[in-house]
Design a protein around this ligand. Structure first.
Ligand SMILES: [Zn+2]
Length: 403
């Protein structure tokens, strides 16, 4: 079974003008898609043999987006409006969260579904979600999030991180709860501030490594610890990866300990991260109190960087942007990227590196045989999509349109 899409706009190259400015060149195509992948791509001037093709009316096709740091279990979406309660520090925030966890666990599936639908309509076809595994609700949120994700699995793929939000060492039952989570649907082991929360960097990292090896899973740690402590934690983990022959990959989420290093140090440590197969997950925090981590330096050194919306509209934040494309937009704005090439290249932060044109402006996507997963947007090219954030988007996952 295949479907023809008429009049799809694809980026095919670029024009460089005499003044040095660059413009992306596009053309319209008919594309035959199926569950197995893209079967045919024809110029729209050619006739296609079917009447019931879907007319995409010149919409631009981009690779579908990946949301790589999210908390489907925390959102208030689908419940009534609630603002946040102010706190003085992370420990107070955690204490407040603990109080409402049990009440919220009852609606985990419903709230996660509302957030998944928001991501799908924004063009996301892959979600990495952290799910609380804690002494208050144990595996209850995991059950709700698993059900919600399963219901939408025709439209997205997903990874679930077993996340010790209330610490790995502070409550003695947490390590075994994490083991249970990894045995019942969680696919990645999480972690949280071995210094700031667990207050014993070596012990926390060692237990994380032991459990990850026991279940042969990747690790994705929340590292909010700043300055030297945050950096030491990452450096120590990479030494342990080498010494203990940990073969799976590591993600550092937030990684604020990188922001205050000098650029030469950032470059050196990026090399070490690349050698140890580390991926960085950022939410592009651009509030006045945050300093962005060195994403451009890390990427130039070959470190994979991906983005996510993190928690939104929950006890941590009252805001509901929930759009990974907006994260790319914020990143470009904050780092002063305004030319055609750097805007369109930044899209790779939310597509696992896949973009229509390579660094020389040569078309590399989509090709016959590629997965037929797209987001269709009202934009003339990907640079415009990043800069102008088109609202109406339509997701296609493996040949099937979402709504
Ligand atoms: Zn998070």
């Amino acid at each position: 079974m295949s479907t023809w899409l008429r009049n799809v706009r694809l980026e095919i190259g670029e024009t460089t003008y005499e003044d040095g400015s660059i413009q992306t060149v596009t053309d319209l195509f008919h594309i035959q898609v199926a569950k197995e992948g893209i079967q045919t791509i024809l110029l729209a001037t050619e006739n296609i043999p079917v009447e019931d093709a879907i007319d995409m009316e010149g919409k631009l096709a981009l690779p579908a987006f990946k949301e790589m740091h999210n908390h489907l279990d925390k959102t208030y979406l689908s419940l009534g409006w609630r603002a946040c309660r102010p706190v003085k520090n992370l420990s107070e925030r955690l204490a407040l969260e603990a109080v409402e966890l049990e009440e919220l666990a009852e609606t985990a599936e419903q709230r996660a579904s509302a957030m998944i639908e928001m991501h799908l309509s924004n063009g996301v076809n892959h979600i990495r979600t952290h799910v609380n595994i804690d002494p208050f609700i144990k595996l209850k949120n995991l059950e709700g999030v698993k059900k919600a994700l399963k219901a939408y699995e025709d439209y997205l793929t997903y990874e679930i991180v077993a996340f010790p939000q209330h610490g790995l060492l502070a409550h003695e039952e947490v390590p075994d709860l994490l083991r249970q989570a990894l045995a019942s649907g969680a696919t990645i082991l999480g972690g949280l501030d071995p210094a700031g929360i667990d207050k014993d960097i070596e012990k926390s990292l060692q237990l994380t490594m032991d459990i990850a090896k026991e279940y042969d899973v990747d690790v994705d740690m929340h590292l909010h610890d700043r300055g030297q402590v945050g950096f030491y934690t990452m450096d120590k983990w990479l030494d342990m990866v080498k010494e203990q022959d940990y073969m799976r990959s590591t993600a550092f989420s937030h990684a604020f300990g990188l922001s205050k290093l000098t650029p030469p140090m950032q470059k050196r440590f990026s090399k070490k991260m690349r050698e140890h197969n580390v991926e960085i997950m950022s939410t592009i925090p651009i509030s006045i109190n945050s300093q962005l981590i060195p994403i451009d330096i890390m990427r130039a050194e070959g470190v994979k960087v991906a983005l996510g919306c993190d928690g939104f509209y929950d006890s941590w934040s009252p805001y509901v942007p929930g759009d990974v494309l907006e994260k790319v937009h914020n990143f470009c704005d904050y780092t002063g990227k305004s030319d055609e090439r750097s805007l369109r290249e930044s899209l790779s932060l939310i597509t696992q590196g896949v973009i229509p044109l390579n660094g020389e402006g040569v078309q590399v996507w989509p090709m016959v045989g590629d997965e037929a997963s797209f987001v269709f947007v009202d934009a003339s090219c990907s640079a415009e999509a990043v800069a102008r954030l088109p609202k109406d988007r339509q997701l296609m996952q493996k040949g099937m349109l979402y709504k």
